[in-house]
Design a protein around this ligand. Structure first.
Ligand code: ZN
Length: 571
């Protein structure tokens, strides 16, 4: 327990509509906010408090990311894995192959290497089979995971290490292996069951301390100003890792868990010695459809036949509800089971055709269980292709939205005219429509699909500019105030935590992010690069990321080694 403190800064942006701006915050020794206003008001509330002067900077409520996968993202992208996504320094395929050549020279002979983030659309490359990878890695085993989470690629040495050169495995249910004409494997494993068989034994050989990897991702989030997030792929195997991380004194994140519906125990109450303020379970998660970058989202409009879709292996035409992972009847069974238990539902749904099915299922269940008009706060996730009328319908059902706008920044140049026609590609991720409809959209980066950066999300939604600098779908621009709400108070709302986080208000936790400048004073195009995150606080304690990573690194990894063998489920 610390001491009473008063934080002063040139501006405190509270995200409390009733008193949006202040210059000081008083924080009790227990980590809750005692007063917000100026120094005099704060001194009256806490006369013996230590004053912490943050100078000419802006203090805001810590950013909240409403949809994330922090532990698995760390394992699959952070050291000792190599993150090769286009937006983390490898924009072109040649940048990736340059890294391949460098590591082949530098790394000890025979050492297995793990890469994650190959993006066929943005890298503009075809799926690399074993032969293609052998050109860079003729002898050492190598695993490359696709950014979509739908495929992994092995070179010949990795295929041999699995013993699959002598005896190729049969295709598992729900997955498949690419094969050469003679039946031997070509090195590509498609979908989770096949990816698991291919990657499980190999990833575990590289990642020797899953908690140390996860801690790097926590640090990445905190370094970008996030103080609270969710785990949208929770299952019981992850529980010890989340508890171990939350148990570290300098843990930078409060986590809300959403249990995957395929886990038999997903409806069970969450019991833990960790306080619910740091680790709590909120709901049930499922994937109604797939990824727009792979082509398995259920749409009412077609993918185009272009070089971009060809390279990505996306079939031209309109994938309908037959590509969904669930039938309407299967969704009904899940809702019938867990809705009466009071869980919040969170369904991944990108395509507009899939969203029609999800909203039909939600409406039926909400009606059946008398939940219409109550504060059930059911969620819909991503909503890339959602239509304006669907947001209005969701609002009448009391359903709220979590959306990934920075995906539009990265992929928007392709979406608008190369993947879809202009009519459907330009307004992709209609954040303004969702806001106007009253869905209080919160933003996410959905790590590791994109790196955690609330400020990048905010800039994208305020400017609607894509990587090329072109403005696309400008009618979907929102105000800076709306965008900031989406990463603070509205994200806290969808997580069911508005009473404790998301704004700087008396009684809430003193979770802060310190920014180098008042974001309201910068050019909207500079909202990401022109604003630095200087630090975060949780319950009034400044987060020390070095201490946190050090503490995570010395926890016995043995109880967590199984995590290094679970490939990331797509977004
Ligand atoms: Zn996700």
């Amino acid at each position: 327990m610390g001491t009473d403190q008063i934080f002063t800064a040139s501006v405190v942006i509270t995200m409390n509509e009733a008193a949006p701006r202040a210059t000081a915050v008083a924080v009790r020794a227990d980590g809750t906010i005692a007063a917000v206003g100026d120094v005099d008001v704060c001194k009256k509330a806490l006369p013996d408090a230590t004053v912490v002067n943050l100078g000419d900077t802006a203090l805001l409520p810590g950013f909240v990311e409403s949809h994330s996968h922090p532990v698995l993202s760390g394992i699959m992208t952070q050291s000792p894995a190599y993150w090769i996504a286009p937006y983390v320094g490898y924009p072109k395929w040649s940048d990736v192959t340059d890294l391949f050549s460098k590591l082949q020279k530098e790394q000890p002979a025979g050492q297995l290497l793990l890469f994650n983030g190959l993006d066929r659309l943005l890298h503009g490359c075809e799926a690399p089979d074993a032969k293609a990878l052998d050109a860079f890695f003729p002898d050492r085993p190598v695993v490359v995971a696709d950014n979509s989470g739908h495929a992994v690629y092995l070179n010949t040495a990795a295929v041999k290490k699995l013993g699959w050169d002598a005896k190729p495995p049969a295709d598992p249910v729900g997955g498949s292996f690419g094969r050469n004409a003679d039946g031997s494997l070509n090195g590509i494993a498609y979908e989770i069951p096949a990816m698991m068989e291919a990657a499980m034994p190999l990833v575990g050989e590289v990642v020797k301390n899953p908690l140390a990897s996860a801690a790097q991702w926590y640090s990445l989030m905190a370094g970008n100003g996030i103080t609270s997030t969710s785990e949208m792929t929770f299952n019981d195997s992850l529980k010890p890792a989340f508890e171990a991380m939350a148990g570290i004194a300098s843990c930078p994140l409060r986590i809300s868990l959403y249990h995957v519906s395929t886990d038999a125990t997903c409806g069970e109450k969450f019991e833990s010695k960790i306080p619910a303020s740091m680790l709590t379970k909120k709901g049930i998660k499922l994937w109604a459809d797939g990824s727009p970058w792979v082509g398995n989202v259920a749409l009412t409009f077609p993918y185009l036949d272009t070089p971009a879709t060809k390279a990505a292996g996306i079939k031209p035409g309109t994938p309908g509800i037959e590509v969904m992972n669930y039938t309407r009847e299967q969704l009904d069974v899940i809702l019938d089971t867990y809705a009466p238990q009071g869980w919040q539902m969170a369904f991944h749904v990108n395509g507009d055709a899939a969203l029609d099915v999800v909203l039909d299922a939600y409406e039926a269940a909400l009606t059946k269980f008398n939940l219409l008009g109550t504060d059930h706060r059911w969620r819909i996730e991503h909503l890339g292709a959602a239509r304006t009328d669907q947001f209005a319908r969701a609002a009448t059902l009391g359903v709220y939205a979590s959306m990934g706008p920075v995906q539009f920044q990265y992929w928007g140049d392709l979406l608008d005219g190369q993947v879809f026609d202009h009519e459907h590609g330009a307004p992709w991720c209609r954040v303004k429509d969702a806001t106007v409809a009253g869905l209080r959209p919160s933003y996410h980066n959905d790590g590791s699909v994109t790196p955690p950066s609330p400020l990048a999300n905010i800039k994208t939604c305020v400017t609607r500019t894509t990587n090329s600098g072109v403005e696309r779908g400008p009618e979907q621009k929102v105000t800076l105030d709306q965008a900031l709400r989406a990463q603070t108070i509205d994200a806290a709302f969808i997580l069911g935590r508005k009473h404790e986080i998301g704004s700087i208000e008396v009684g809430k936790f003193a979770d802060f992010v310190q920014l180098s400048v008042d974001p309201y004073t910068v050019d909207p195009m500079d909202l990401s690069d022109g604003v630095s995150v200087l630090g975060t606080w949780l319950s009034g304690e400044k987060i020390d990321l070095l201490a946190f990573e050090k503490a995570a690194g010395v926890i016995d990894p043995k109880p967590h080694m199984h995590l290094a063998t679970i490939p990331r489920k797509c977004c």
